[in-house]
Design a protein around this ligand. Structure first.
Ligand SMILES: Cc1cc2nc3c(=O)[nH]c(=O)nc-3n(C[C@H](O)[C@H](O)[C@H](O)COP(=O)(O)OP(=O)(O)OC[C@H]3O[C@@H](n4cnc5c(N)ncnc54)[C@H](O)[C@@H]3O)c2cc1C
Length: 891
């Protein structure tokens, strides 16, 4: 029997003082609430939807200002759960207007007969969890309260308008409007003096239309925003053809994409393209009028790297200067304080050109802040302006505003959500909060939400929640609650993700910076829509990982843990490798494995430019060896780092760690000489070790010849290369030089023992497997030689060795032997810095521009090299906020 004890009809419930009893209460009748109600009803749950507004529509009910439109193309910004619905509705424009979207949502409500379970004009004021009854109790400002098993907040991310921060609004005798609460009747602005405060998305849509009507328009701008021409018109034929050609495939691609719109991952990096090629790509995007296209499709590094982003931002700035005739106004309209895309860019129609009109004035609030509002207008530090109308386009208390406005939300043990979120929202998956059983949020903080096409994100959340409620009912479970462990893990994963993009570098409503006193931090999930969806699915497939579930007649279930322990980009790389379904490398034979690695390396982003790259040969222990020299762009002579590539003494060459050498050369301002030492099985132990030493000696002796600074040099290496670097330091000490001032050992092989826990913990699944290590050892070194310090430096004498940085990765079979070497070096008196890269795998730190979250470690490694060379730490633009803190890298 359904749990509805009292009929859930709104009229009956509101008449009496009774509490309306339902299985599920939904708050909010926008895109999310409507679909939710439809799914719940179909699944047989008794439900009520409570909505403050007088009708359905949410965002599109409230934001009726002139020019209000979507900025994701309408064919993408629509429901996809029912192909019949898709066919039943035709959009008239590429970017539909607010009235059309509102009509669409009304059409959806009618088609599925949703209104009969919606209580309009009813604001939920507070809600409390009744532990004994295991039910939420909702109070409202209109009619009966509601008792429900599950409460779902579909209250919207952009539905709580931000109150004006200016004194005197009440004194103003003219008309005042808020874009987020625009009146239903037509507002006549012709012949009036109008002020618009705010130049976010709403302001940018509204300003050109007001300028056409008003006698004079004064725009008050605090922060200039990037705006791009929408080129609105009919829905584009090419996108429609794509959709209609394969509707299911198109929608699926959107669901698995980064932003919820089916554009592919861009592969070309900015430094691979000439100025002309970049300009051509940009002009195509500017002409296309597609926000997601220009945000994702120009070059791969545009959203993740400050330099790549600046190239694009500069091209947009150039456009602003071209369009706006007055140079001072153009300068004021040009954004300089945030990377393009870090703050939501806007789509416009004639926005910048509007400032060429004689009836439009821009007031730059950075230079003359508003000091107050008077009866007749607005006062700034420099002037008083009389106006008839003030329009506040000042945005929203985003993501948390509408949830926190339901106050208090009291969870288990009397916990209030406002206390739990006092330092910023904490959630598990952006869907639930520990301590608040049976409470869900649709597109809550911690989910992709406002960084995505929200139609896609809303459908995913609604389906996930509805499917969970159905599964719980089938299993006899009645409560579900996130665990603290899972929630803390999600916060860590969110922080890891935020190093992937540039959002952290801007003060925006994404970070809460637009609301005075609001805790600051990136609120939406920046790891992308597709990856997020797979994580939510993984939670389910792992037995509701991170949730505690109870029911009256079933044992409690709790598979506690963190759903993502890998860094987000490491997870993507490993998933991609898993999908390739490769045969084990050790089954390919040495030559086959070399060919595979060479082929694989071709698909990596090219290394970044350095001053000069010179190939040469040097004498090894038994014949010439190739080397590649990376020289910085700065005038020399430069300190020298001798570098040994990875590849298990079998694979790779002096060019195979090219992106890493380039990155380190740029960060340190030092010359890197990557040595092509001999490989097994052709040349077994101790060929690689002896070549490493011979090459280092030669480079030290010929430093000046190759443009380096004479004197002590440094050695560095990754994996087997780290082994060779460590061995070289021991040999240099024992054989009378050369002088080495520091060693950088990245995930080094240091010992022939396979019994440390990391060999078991990470035996498979992280690309470098235990069995591959066995194979490398077998090819390079016979068992009798393995304890020789020239291959197991941990077994050597460790006194009097140069300072070291030893980097290890959490998910690497070699982790523990790296740590053991660092500890042993330190015990023997060498200054040692340990870098334990949390969430990383063996290849993370050298996969430059692929594993972006490795940047903090690369900064730390570069700093260590600078220290070894007696130089101040280098800091490269774009590394802001990525400097390692002890807690961010500790395993
Ligand atoms: C001008 C504008 C343009 C946008 N364009 C796009 C776009 O192009 N693409 C895109 O992806 N997103 C866009 N968005 C974001 C947009 O908010 C979402 O796409 C989507 O409409 C959100 O739907 P929702 O149902 O989650 O929330 P909303 O549509 O915000 O609905 C929430 C509802 O909850 C109600 N509510 C809140 N609190 C309570 C309470 N305590 N009691 C009762 N009712 C309550 C509100 O009244 C509201 O009706 C835009 C937003 C704005 C403001």
């Amino acid at each position: 029997m359904p749990e509805a004890m009292v009929a859930s009809s709104a009229s009956e419930a509101t008449r009496g003082a009774t509490t309306q009893q339902v299985d599920v209460a939904v708050v909010g009748a926008g895109f999310a609430g409507l679909y939710l109600l439809n799914r719940l009803r179909k699944a047989g749950f008794s439900s009520v939807l409570l909505e403050e507004a007088g009708d359905v529509g949410g965002t599109w009910y409230w934001n009726r200002y002139p020019g209000a439109r979507c900025d994701i193309q309408t064919i993408d910004y629509a429901y996809t759960f029912d192909p019949e619905l898709e066919r039943a509705w035709q959009w008239s424009e590429k970017y539909a207007t607010q009235p059309e979207i509102l009509r669409y949502l009304g059409f959806v409500a009618d088609r599925y007969d949703l209104r009969r379970d919606i209580r309009f004009g009813t604001k939920v004021t507070a809600t409390t969890w009744d532990q004994a009854a295991e039910r939420w109790w909702l109070t409202t400002d209109n009619g009966a309260s509601v008792s429900c098993r599950y409460c779902i907040m579909a209250t919207g991310c952009l539905s709580a308008p931000k109150p004006p921060e200016i004194d005197g609004v009440k004194d103003f005798k003219g008309e005042v409007y808020f874009t987020g609460r625009w009146p239903h009747e037509e507002i006549k602005l012709a012949g009036k003096r109008v002020a618009v405060i705010g130049t976010g998305s709403s302001g940018i849509q509204l300003i050109p239309l007001i300028a056409e009507q008003a006698a004079h328009l004064t725009v008050f701008q605090r922060t200039p925003n990037f705006a791009l021409p929408a080129h609105n018109g009919a829905p584009p034929a090419d996108r429609i053809a794509l959709l209609e050609g394969d509707r299911a495939g198109y929608r699926e691609q959107a669901r698995m994409s980064l932003a919820g719109v089916p554009w592919p991952q861009q592969m070309a990096v900015s430094w691979q393209l000439s100025d002309a090629e970049r300009r051509e790509r940009f002009e195509t995007a500017w002409a296309a009028g597609d926000l997601v296209y220009i945000l994702t499709q120009l070059w791969a590094d545009q959203a993740v790297d400050v330099d790549g982003n600046t190239l694009l931002a500069d091209l947009i700035r150039e456009k602003i200067r071209e369009i706006v005739k007055d140079p001072e106004t153009a300068a004021a309209l040009t954004p300089h304080d945030h990377p393009f895309g870090a703050k939501r860019p806007c789509l416009d129609t004639n926005y910048y050109a509007t400032y060429n009109r004689p009836n439009v004035t821009l007031v730059n609030l950075r230079q003359e802040p508003i000091t107050g509002i008077t009866a007749s207008g607005i006062k700034t530090g420099k002037r008083s302006l009389d106006v008839d109308v003030i329009v506040f386009a000042t945005g929203f208390d985003a993501m948390t505003g509408a949830i926190m406005a339901v106050h208090p939300i009291t969870g288990r043990d009397g916990k209030s959500l406002s206390d739990v979120w006092a330092n910023g929202p904490r959630t598990y998956l952006g869907l639930t909060v520990a301590g608040f059983p049976n409470l869900f949020m649709i597109t809550g903080p911690g989910s992709p939400s406002v960084l995505s096409n929200m139609a896609v994100s809303i459908e995913q959340h609604v389906d996930w929640v509805a499917d969970r409620l159905i599964a719980m009912r089938e299993a006899g479970l009645t409560t579900i609650e996130a665990t603290e462990t899972a929630q803390a893990g999600w916060a860590r994963h969110m922080a890891d993700c935020s190093t992937l993009t540039l959002h952290r570098l801007a003060n925006t409503w994404y970070t809460g910076a637009n609301v005075p006193g609001k805790a600051s931090g990136v609120m939406p999930y920046t790891g992308g829509v597709g990856p997020y969806r797979t994580i939510c699915d993984e939670v389910v497939s792992c037995g509701m990982l991170g949730f505690r579930l109870t029911g009256p007649n079933v044992p409690e279930q709790c598979n506690d843990g963190e759903v993502v322990r890998l860094q987000p980009d490491v997870r993507l790389v490993l998933n991609m490798l898993a999908e390739m379904n490769l045969p084990p490398i050790e089954s390919m034979g040495a030559q086959g494995a070399r060919d595979f690695v060479a082929e694989f390396n071709k698909s990596r982003p090219a290394g970044r430019p350095v001053g000069e790259v010179v190939d040469g040969t040097l004498p090894g222990a038994d014949g010439p060896l190739p080397y590649r020299l990376y020289r910085p762009a700065t005038p020399g002579p430069h300190p020298i780092v001798v570098y040994f590539h990875g590849g298990g003494w079998v694979l790779g060459d002096e060019q195979s760690d090219d992106p890493f050498c380039r990155d380190m050369c740029r960060r340190t301002g030092m010359s890197f000489v990557s040595v092509g030492y001999r490989h097994a099985p052709e040349h077994r132990f101790p060929a690689a070790a002896e070549d490493g030493y011979a090459a280092t000696r030669w480079i030290a002796e010929h430093a000046a010849e190759i443009g380096g600074k004479p004197g002590p040099l440094m050695v560095a290496g990754w994996s087997a290369g780290g082994n060779i670097a460590a061995v070289t330091c021991q040999l240099a000490r024992d054989r009378g030089g050369p002088a080495i001032s520091g060693q950088l050992l990245v995930c080094p092989v240091t010992d022939c023992g396979f019994d440390r826990p990391s060999y078991t913990d990470n035996a498979t699944g992280y690309f470098l497997t235990r069995s591959l290590m066995y194979w490398f050892w077998d090819i390079y070194c016979s068992p009798a030689d393995r304890t020789d310090p020239r291959v197991s430096p941990l077994r050597g004498k460790l006194e009097n060795l140069p300072p070291a940085l030893v980097a290890t990765c959490e998910f690497d079979p070699l982790r523990d032997e790296g740590v053991a070497y660092a500890e042993a070096l330190s015990a023997a008196g060498a200054p040692v810095e340990q870098l334990k890269a949390r969430g990383h795998f063996h290849s993370s730190l050298t996969m430059v521009d692929v594993v972006i979250t490795g940047v903090a470690a690369r900064v730390q490694m570069a700093d260590a090299l600078c220290r070894f060379a007696g130089l101040p730490p280098e800091r490269k633009e774009g590394d802001e906020g990525v400097r390692p803190r002890s807690d961010s890298l500790a395993a």
